[in-house]
Design a protein around this ligand. Structure first.
Ligand code: GLA
Length: 726
């Protein structure tokens, strides 16, 4: 009893480095603040770890920033604000000073929280920083509340602010579009402000991403240079601002986008922003990616400690022409090829309105018994008989105008009062208003009813093919319409929390017209995301490379599809298609009955080979070796198991020219003193492996000199398994 009391007392005492330094550390990073009660709190440093007794060094070396820890609008030097409010009497100015500091142990680490108060009005801002004890990530978020009779309007409320020290910083971020998501862009940060926004309302990663890296020492490099990574954990509209002012420092702010999103904060209500997760390494982009991957698997991805099943998805195989016979034969096919899960995509539901085209039946999540007379039971039984699991596609946030749901609940649609909703896909798709608790119950019920009727349902592909285009809610009161963008996502998170509480083992994929939901706001509830509707293996090399900056391989659904590819028309050999999909979460998305016996035999071998490297691909550390963006005609990456005993290496030929040259592939992440046997995987029957296959090399040699690969022929590829032999 006594010891517990003493411990909580010790934890409650701020860990003073000097009178008012507050240091927060992870195994390899530190963040330092300085503040005195009644005065501004300052953010001093974020970078390489410093021991508590070394914090003074940061100041002595002149390496500190002296910015307000959370800049606010209106009273003082007017920096780019993290917080901007309208107070009940119309005033805009705030002046925040430090009131109290709390430091305590929390799950997985330590929380340092500063309570700031306005000097005139009862407005309170709590800045939270959570450091993990064994992950190099700090999560920050902000809570705002007040004690005034009338609401305070939050016009801008960033999750966090990070001042960065550097003079030649470069930004790495992802951009794209439908079918071309997660392309990498790297650019110098020049004077002025770079703003990265999303305003789709529902999906947020087709065109830009809520994650960035900033290389502080010049051009980005995989293995060297100080790099800060930041990921805003939010599935809705966002706004990342990075500005370089004179004086050499960079200011970084990230939060929910403020367009049409004023939040009216009631007395006593706490507005809690999404988390902003930040990480740092002096060892280049690669280590920052590995930090994100480890953190995601441990904290921000459902079942991050479990290997993913190899699946067949029906979409590109049959599109909407689902029927019992085809589904049963696909189940048998994936079992025969060595897969573990079959997923029936769109087309299985609708009674009054048929899902024969993409313009009807969303919302009516009842089996179309004309297509599937035996219902889901017949399919789960077929799956069980073949030793595979069964999964299904839903799009539960949506309705079609041609649906029984819309007929019964026209008021559940997102739409401004008195206007016609602007429909999306098929000319009839509408968005349900998740700010409405009745709609939340309905969406939860979609999953709940499916799981109740079909307890064997192991996997759900949760799609979202619509933006928030007709802004308005018949649930929210007239003076709270501006809550919709935020309330929609709070409502979605509420539903997802309920699903996870009741069905903790259910595997779920976040799909949103392909890669529209690759973000850490929703990934804690999902096992993976669909990287793109584009399954062209060549384009996937570029997209998966970009996505790998922030997301671990186990979260990236990557499917082998037909050739010619349905999106690009490109013809790519099956070996290359497998080699690309095997570098992430392998699946197939084609009609196996259309494959030749030779192709089926190859698929069986490749799937069996993938199983041997699945743990290292899905749980290992990623090392990017040759970037497809460097235009060398080849690309290469590898994964190394946490215990260093195994690795998996991938190389792809992206261009095909006569007398082409490319560099030796220098590996990374291995133990220099260890020896590794290399074995080529994914070889067609009877094919000769590459020369290095079967040979043993030291880790040092593989990393310093590398290996040369023939890569002859168009779309050549090479997958190697490395096993430590000593
Ligand atoms: C979206 C998804 C696809 C597929 C279709 C079904 O486009 O991204 O993978 O599920 O919907 O309609």
């Amino acid at each position: 009893m006594m010891r517990k009391w003493l411990l909580s007392l010790l934890l409650a005492i701020p860990a003073f480095v000097s009178a008012d330094d507050y240091l927060l550390s992870t195994p390899h990073t530190s963040m330092l603040f300085e503040g005195t009660k009644g005065q501004s709190l300052h953010f001093c440093y974020y970078g390489d770890r410093v021991a508590p007794d070394e914090a003074g060094q940061v100041r002595a070396a002149g390496l500190y920033t002296y910015a307000d820890a959370y800049p606010v609008f209106g009273y003082g030097y007017n920096p780019e604000p993290a917080l901007q409010v309208v107070l009940p009497d119309g005033q805009l100015a705030l002046q925040l000073v430090l009131d109290s500091v709390e430091r305590r142990a929390v799950d997985g680490g330590e929380l340092l929280a500063f309570t700031l108060r306005d000097t005139k009005f009862p407005v309170c801002v709590k800045l939270n920083y959570k450091a993990y004890q064994d992950l190099d990530v700090i999560e920050m978020w902000t809570e705002v509340s007040h004690e005034m009779k009338k609401p305070v309007v939050l016009q801008q409320c960033a999750s966090g602010y990070l001042p960065l020290r550097g003079t030649e910083a470069w930004l790495s971020h992802l951009y794209g579009n439908w079918g071309a998501e997660s392309f990498l862009q790297q650019e110098p940060l020049t004077t002025g402000m770079k703003v990265i926004k999303n305003r789709d309302g529902v999906r947020n990663s087709h065109t830009r991403h809520a994650e960035v890296m900033v290389s502080l020492d010049g051009k980005p490099d995989e293995r060297s240079g100080r790099v800060v990574g930041a990921a805003l954990c939010w599935g809705g509209n966002y706004n990342l601002r990075i500005s370089k002012e004179s004086g050499g420092n960079y200011d970084f702010l990230a939060g929910i986008d403020n367009l049409g999103a004023d939040w009216h904060l009631e007395r006593g209500e706490v507005f809690r922003t999404p988390e902003l997760a930040v990480t740092f390494s002096p060892q280049g982009l690669g280590q920052v990616s590995r930090n994100f991957h480890r953190w995601a698997r441990a904290t921000h991805l459902a079942h991050g400690d479990k290997l993913r099943d190899i699946l067949l998805n029906s979409w590109e195989g049959v599109y909407l022409a689902v029927d019992e016979g085809k589904m049963k034969s696909m189940i048998k096919d994936i079992a025969d090829l060595g897969g573990e899960l079959f997923v029936m995509d769109d087309g299985w539901f609708g009674r009054k309105y048929k899902r024969d085209r993409d313009n009807a039946a969303l919302g009516d999540w009842e089996v179309d018994t004309a297509k599937l007379p035996g219902g889901l039971k017949a399919l789960t039984a077929e799956a069980a008989a073949n030793g595979v699991k069964f999964g299904i596609w839903i799009e539960p946030e949506m309705a079609n105008t041609h649906s029984e749901l819309f007929e019964a609940h026209p008021d559940w649609i997102v739409c401004p009062e008195g206007r016609e909703p602007l429909p999306g896909r098929g000319g009839t798709q509408l968005l349900l208003d998740l700010s409405n608790p009745d709609v939340q119950d309905f969406v939860f019920g979609v999953v709940d009813r499916l799981k109740t009727a079909c307890p064997d349902l192991a996997y759900i592909k949760w799609d979202a093919n619509m933006s928030l285009t007709s802004y308005g809610s018949s649930y929210l009161p007239a003076d709270r319409q501006s809550h919709l963008y935020t309330a929609y996502h709070e409502g979605l998170l509420n539903v997802l929390r309920r699903i996870r509480a009741k069905y903790p083992d259910l595997v779920m994929q976040a799909c949103a017209s392909g890669g529209g939901r690759a973000n850490y706001g929703i990934l804690p509830y999902f096992d993976e995301f669909w990287v793109s509707d584009n399954t062209d293996a060549l384009q996937r090399v570029y997209m998966q490379w970009g996505a790998s900056y922030f997301f671990p391989a186990m979260s990236m659904a990557s499917h082998v599809s037909a050739s010619p590819n349905h999106q690009t028309g490109r013809r790519i050999p099956l070996k290359f298609r497998f080699a690309v999909a095997m570098s992430a979460r392998l699946g197939m998305e084609l009609q196996p009955s259309a494959m030749s016996e030779k192709e089926r035999a190859y698929s069986r071998r490749a799937i069996a080979d993938y199983k041997t490297i699945r743990p290292v691909v899905q749980m290992g550390d990623l090392y990017r070796l040759v970037s497809p963006y460097d235009d060398k005609g080849v690309s290469s990456l590898m994964y190394v198991a946490p215990d260093g005993r195994e690795a998996a290496f991938f190389a792809y030929k992206l261009q095909h020219f006569l007398s082409q040259e490319w560099p030796a592939f220098r590996m990374d992440g291995l133990d220099p003193a260890a020896h590794y046997r290399l074995t080529e995987l994914g070889l067609p029957e009877g094919a000769r492996p590459v020369g290095v296959s079967g040979k043993v090399f030291s880790g040092r040699f593989l990393m310093n000199e590398g290996i040369s690969l023939p890569l002859s022929g168009e779309y050549a590829s090479c997958v190697l398994r490395l096993e430590r032999v000593d």
